[in-house]
Design a protein around this ligand. Structure first.
Ligand code: ZN
Length: 311
């Protein structure tokens, strides 16, 4: 099932490393979102500043992960400690992008079920859909992480500014993101083989772009409902967006995993921040695992279809 390219050795490793760097760059934007949204600040204007002394952070110190390491976790101007949470989130987002790239290049996580060639050969021969799948499948867990951590950490950001401005978690953008994802997953099979949603091994009658559109819309509805059930801030928009990209069946799996992790966290009662962060990150980690293990999950779902709709 897993098959690597017959091309030059190490090509996949280079692409996976590039994916990690791209993910870490996304992660540094996630840091900006988590820090600024609860304070009612813009996420696009103004450069990064030291939270202690307000000095602008120089571009070379702002390089994801490396900047923090080279500074020894302290501000260059005032020496105040900079939270290890910043490089941790950058590394986490890098890992999401790299894991999904490795899974999709090996074929293990490929949503393009009709294709039989290894991912890298398809990529090198100009099949843009594998790059599109990777981009969608990376951005969604990263966005889920951003929404959930913003909601989970908003309470700790009780600054003067957050009391002046109404706190919000960026969920107002979720409808737009979900609509864009529905359009993408609907358009992709319309111009090529089906398989962008988890029911890609469904019977012929349930495939094609109309079926994809319906499954994607059902994914949004399932995600909104699941988010209301789990009750954690950020789930409502995160699970709806995930449902748009993977279908309603995927929402069921990820919601069950998320609730299991949160029950475990609640039972273990960790002190302070760690438990809140683990509980908040659970849906994003589950979504990453889901995208990375796409092929076996799709095959299992294909067997379900054959049981549900024999003949
Ligand atoms: Zn400073």
């Amino acid at each position: 099932m897993v098959h690597w390219s017959s091309g030059f050795p190490g090509a996949e490793l280079v692409l996976v490393a590039m994916a990690f760097i791209w993910g870490a760059i996304l992660g540094s934007f996630v840091n900006v979102v988590i820090h600024r949204l609860p304070r009612g600040q813009s996420v696009v204007t103004h450069g990064s500043r030291c939270p202690a002394c307000g000095a602008s952070i120089r571009p070379r110190d702002n390089v994801p992960i490396l900047g923090w390491l080279l500074l020894g976790g302290r501000c260059r101007d005032c020496g105040a400690a900079i939270s290890a949470g910043y490089p941790a989130i950058e590394a986490g987002c890098g890992a999401i992008a790299a894991i999904i790239a490795a899974a999709e290049l090996s074929g293990f996580g490929s949503p393009l079920l009709a294709a039989s060639r290894p991912g890298i050969d398809r990529l090198l021969s100009g099949d843009w859909r594998i790059a599109l799948a990777w981009a969608i499948h990376t951005v969604i867990p990263v966005a889920m992480l951003a929404w959930n951590l913003t909601a989970a950490l908003a309470g700790t950001a009780a600054t003067e500014a957050s009391r002046r401005h109404p706190t919000h978690d960026g969920c107002d953008a979720a409808a737009l993101v979900a609509a864009a994802v529905i359009a993408l997953v609907t358009a992709a099979p319309a111009v090529g083989p089906p398989g962008f949603l988890i029911d890609g091994r469904a019977p012929e009658a349930l495939r094609g772009w109309q079926a994809t559109f319906v499954a994607s819309c059902l994914g949004v509805v399932a995600g909104r409902f699941a988010g209301a059930v789990t009750g954690a801030g950020g789930d409502r928009c995160g699970l709806a967006t995930f449902g748009a990209a993977a279908g309603w069946q995927a929402v069921v799996v990820v919601t069950i995993v998320t609730m299991g992790v949160r029950l475990l966290v609640a039972a273990m009662r960790p002190q302070g921040l760690i438990g809140r962060v683990v509980a908040a990150a659970a849906p994003a980690v589950a979504a990453t695992a889901f995208f990375a293990a796409w092929l076996p999950i799709a095959e299992a779902w294909g067997r379900c279809w054959r049981v549900l709709l024999p003949g």
